[in-house]
Structure formats: structure tokens, C-alpha cells
Design a binder for this molecule. Structure first.
Ligand SMILES: Cc1cc2nc3c(=O)[nH]c(=O)nc-3n(C[C@H](O)[C@H](O)[C@H](O)COP(=O)(O)O)c2cc1C
Length: 213
């Protein structure tokens, strides 16, 4: 096994100088997301690590896929009865991070979370491959299941149930919107003097500021 203490990389791929920062978090995120999406070296550019906390403050983090990035914030889809959904019921705030290591960049987003409108979930669900649609019905996400065979049986059952028909989204499945009040862009630089630019929303006003790395 390699020794993590010996792994060291010099970051030199880019800069986020004072004059280079976009006017809004959305413009900056769209620019970086566009570059990530255009580079085959970035696998799953829309993968985000999403952190939630339970009612008693226990944090939890997992990967989900961002499916919309717009002026409202970042949307992802999941099961409304999953562990993350229970966290969000109790504490409707989240923090998430995009990491694009080939570009030596990360973007942290945090803010209040709400469910998206049902018609938005339905429109997105209709674009999913049929097997993912069926999987959403078959999986009681985050619950203990008896065996792999039990899951496969549940999938076969929903396949039969929806044979020859369109698959609607399960009632307990849908989107969440993270409405940002903090968005921080990090670009690796040499000497560990990285660039960190934070967009901060307070009292209805966005402020852009540089943080020490
Ligand atoms: C690359 C990747 C993408 C994923 N995308 C999603 C997703 O979009 N929605 C989702 O509910 N789970 C997704 N997952 C699974 C979650 O990480 C997690 O296992 C699941 O949502 C259950 O989390 P919870 O028990 O904390 O609610 C993804 C996992 C990986 C590794």
C-alpha cells in the first residue's frame, strides 16, 4: 500500500485572480462546470458530495448527481424516505461539494433545501432510462434488505407491474433544491497559496470576498 504521507502534488493548472472572478456565483459555476464537462479526464462532472445533518447534529455525507444548476441553486434527485431525506426533514440545510481534480478545483455550496415542484420531478423522471425508473420503484433506499435476491425479485415485480406502460415517478421519490447562501470556488496554486473566492448572501445581498487558503 502506498503511504498517503508521501503523496504530494504541486497544483499549477489555473488561477482565480481578482480580475478573473465572474460577477455571480452562477456565472462562475457555469464557467467551471462547462470546462469540467468538456474534459473527458473529468469523470461524472456533475457528481457532488452532499452533506446533511440529523436532528441531533450527526453529519452524514454521500455522493449524488446534480441534475440542474440554475439561478435557484443545485437540484438532485433521491428517495424521500432515504436517510438523507430524513435528515433534511429534520434539518432542511445541506452543504455540497463539486471536486474536479484534473482541474485542481472544488466548489462548495451550502444553503437551505426544499423539495422541487412535482412537475419538475415528473419531467426529469421521464428522461431517465427505463431501468433506472424501475429501480426507483424497486429500491426502498437506505433500508435493510434481506438479500440481493430480494432486491432482484422486487425489480422483476415492478417490471411486470409496468409492462407495456410508461413508468411514473414513485410518490416517495423526487428532487431537492439546495438554494445557496454560500458558494466558494477553490483553485489549487503553488506553495499551497490557493485561490479561494466566496460568494456570500446576507440580508438579501451577495458579497464576493477572498479567503486565505
Ligand atoms: C457516482 C454516484 C452517484 C450517485 N448518485 C445518486 C443520486 O443522484 N441520488 C441518490 O439518491 N443516490 C445517489 N448515489 C448513491 C448515494 O451515494 C447513497 O448511497 C444513497 O443516496 C443513499 O444515501 P443515504 O442513505 O445517506 O440517504 C450515488 C452514488 C455514487 C457513487
Amino acid at each position: 500500500m502506498s503511504d498517503p504521507a508521501g503523496l504530494r502534488r504541486r497544483y499549477a493548472k489555473g488561477q482565480l485572480g481578482d480580475g478573473a472572478v465572474a460577477d455571480s456565483w452562477l456565472q462562475q459555476l457555469r464557467a467551471w462546470f462547462g470546462e469540467a464537462g468538456a474534459d473527458p479526464a473529468v469523470v461524472e462532472p456533475n457528481a457532488i458530495q452532499l452533506a446533511t445533518a440529523s436532528a441531533d447534529g450527526t453529519p452524514s455525507v454521500r455522493t449524488v448527481l446534480a441534475k440542474a444548476i440554475d439561478e435557484r441553486g443545485v437540484v438532485f434527485y433521491t428517495n424521500y424516505d432515504s436517510a438523507k431525506a430524513h435528515d433534511l426533514d429534520a434539518n432542511p440545510r445541506a452543504s455540497l461539494v463539486f471536486v474536479w481534480l484534473p482541474h485542481e478545483r472544488q466548489v462548495r455550496v451550502s444553503g437551505a433545501v426544499e423539495r422541487v415542484a412535482r412537475d419538475e420531478t415528473e419531467a426529469y423522471f421521464a428522461t431517465r432510462p427505463r431501468e433506472s425508473q424501475l429501480g426507483a420503484w424497486a429500491s426502498p433506499q437506505s433500508q435493510v434488505v434481506a438479500s440481493r435476491a430480494a432486491l432482484d425479485d422486487a425489480y422483476a415485480e415492478v417490471e411486470r407491474r409496468f409492462a407495456g406502460q410508461d413508468v411514473p415517478p414513485p410518490p416517495g421519490w423526487g428532487g431537492y433544491l439546495v438554494r445557496p447562501d454560500r458558494v466558494e470556488f477553490w483553485q489549487g496554486r503553488s506553495g499551497r497559496l490557493h485561490d479561494r473566492i466566496r460568494f456570500r448572501l446576507d440580508d438579501g445581498q451577495w458579497t464576493t470576498e477572498r479567503l486565505a487558503p
